[in-house]
Design a binder for this molecule. Structure first.
Ligand code: 5GP
Length: 122
């Protein structure tokens, strides 16, 4: 597992060094709008803890962090009108590492919704 780079852009957002368009913040999780949205709804769900990637988070986060992350992602999807609970669904993506073309080395889940998605590209 690569070591965590505390100068990555999301670490700087978490420290308040860079502004962001926050949608919701909980004890362990922050949700903010992507700066280059690729759908009518495009938010990033990130843990506040220092995790490089999906696999790092899944393996090393506490149960409280994991539950808070998943419940917050689900709640924000509902609140933004894209969950199946009142909406038409969404796509959740965690780009991971070089082959996943992960740009920012702090784990994040993209939630994209508000229109029908194109096919997944491999
Ligand atoms: P990745 O390719 O790592 O999965 O996606 C990183 C995402 O972070 C991209 O969709 C990009 O637009 C977004 N991003 C990069 N820098 C910033 C920033 O400074 N603020 C916000 N809100 N999003 C950013």
């Amino acid at each position: 597992m690569p070591s965590y780079d505390d100068q990555n852009i999301f670490a700087r957002i978490l420290r308040g060094e860079i502004p962001n368009d926050t949608v919701v913040e909980t004890e362990h999780t922050l949700v903010f709008r992507d700066i280059r949205p690729q759908a009518p709804v495009h938010v990033l769900v990130i843990p506040k803890g220092a995790y490089v990637s999906f696999d790092d988070f899944a393996a090393n986060a506490s149960e409280a962090e994991l539950v808070d992350f998943m419940r917050t992602a689900a709640k924000v999807s509902k609140d933004l009108g894209v969950s199946l609970d009142g909406g038409e669904g969404f796509r959740a993506i965690a780009n991971t590492g070089p082959h996943g073309v992960q740009e920012v080395p702090h784990f994040h889940l993209h939630i994209l919704g508000g229109h029908v998605m194109g096919p997944m590209l491999a």
